[in-house]
Design a protein around this ligand. Sequence first.
Ligand code: ZN
Length: 160
Amino acid sequence: MICELCGKDTPYAKTVLIEGTFLKVCEDCTKFGKEAKPEKKEEISFPSSQRLERRKMRMRTRNVYDNNVKELALDYPRRISNARNAMGWTQEVLGKKINEKKSVINKLETGDMRPDNKLMVKLEKALKISLTEEVKPVVVKKRKKSVYTLGDLIEIGDEK
Ligand SMILES: [Zn+2]
């Protein structure tokens, strides 16, 4: 390879910017110009990484919607006692129906005790109620303005 500046044969040529022109030069001649740097990596990868990020966010959002979680309702004590009263049962009667002590029913209705899954199912069956509520995912609202619209740019321009 011939140096485009001094004409010397060189095994390794560098592309440098000399007075506005890109020249392939030998090692000695690189000092006469600015080394031409390859395009910055960030500039190339930024848009695609942003796209990837958006796609990840979409997937995350969909997953949240797919898995609406059912959790014990906060007002389960009230739900139990209301349903029991509607049935016309005492705590003792309800206890007998689901094979639990009256004290357990009492604790449930005062909120001193959280029913485990098994007990919850028994209560729901006996009282024909639901003790769970769906935990709705929090929907994050889009930020109003993430990019400037043309109108914004005009406004900014007018502020001079
Ligand atoms: Zn040279």
